[in-house]
Design a protein around this ligand. Structure first.
Ligand SMILES: *[C@@H]1O[C@H](CO)[C@@H](O)[C@H](O)[C@H]1NC(C)=O
Length: 223
């Protein structure tokens, strides 16, 4: 991808990302960090890592945007589970390491730029996408195509299936970000909508877009 296009995309994304907290932006990748990024495991062309297994990040819990930015400096982004196989890998990582919860790149399209999109209504069913690649999630009420189960939890704070936007009912804060919670509601490992300011460990996944950009602007750099 041409650098100017990437920069334009990054700018557009930054505008989207700051919708809730003005003055915060998406980070650009750091070529040196990209070249030495943690590679805990490899699946279908992408490297992944869990922040708890990286010494420099092991004790950090961050809000959703800071999570994205930590990943992006490494030419990665928060993890996106587009397939059941990939989701199972992440669930296994959480189970085997007793991880209480993580952020994913899942995001509700409820910011400036999401208005007048009939295809995203109602938002709680059709309004979710992976920020890392802008792909839509399956409708939240359905078992995704090719999957054997619905990854969204059947329960939560309101004892209703997810997403339930529960914190909005408590104090008006939207639950616009997708977290995987490990049995917090006695519901096993499952997807939940959570308000984006909560601080959690992260799983990062290679971003083709950022890796291609850094490769094209740093000839000879080994990524
Ligand atoms: C909303 O409620 C949650 C949970 O009790 C709390 O952590 C958070 O600080 C509250 N937010 C606001 C804006 O009052």
């Amino acid at each position: 991808m041409q650098a100017w296009l990437l920069v334009a995309c990054a700018a557009a994304l930054a505008t989207l990302a700051v919708a809730q907290k003005p003055g915060r932006f998406l980070s650009l990748p750091n070529p040196q960090k990209c070249a030495s990024r943690p590679k805990e495991f490899f699946y279908r062309g992408h490297n992944y890592f869990y922040s708890g297994h990286v010494p420099a990040l092991a004790n950090r819990k961050v809000d959703w945007l800071d999570g994205r930015n930590i990943c992006r400096e490494y030419c990665m982004d928060l993890v996106s589970m587009e397939t059941q196989e990939e989701n199972n890998l992440i669930f296994k990582l959480i189970q085997q390491n007793d991880v209480p919860y993580i952020w994913t790149s899942g995001r509700l399209c409820d910011f400036k730029g999401c208005e007048n999109r009939k295809d995203l209504e109602p938002k709680n069913i059709f309004g979710w996408f992976w920020s890392a690649n802008r792909e839509k999630l399956s409708p939240t009420t359905q078992i995704p195509n090719g999957w054997g189960y619905n990854p969204w939890s059947q329960t939560g704070h309101k004892k209703q299936r997810q997403p339930d936007n529960a914190e909005f009912d408590i104090n008006g804060t939207s639950e616009s970000c997708l977290s995987i919670l490990n049995n917090v509601y006695n519901d096993g490992i499952a997807w939940h909508d959570v308000a984006c300011y909560h601080e959690k460990p992260i799983v990062c996944e290679d971003s083709d877009e950022l890796l291609n950009y850094v490769a094209s602007t740093n000839p000879g750099l080994r990524l």
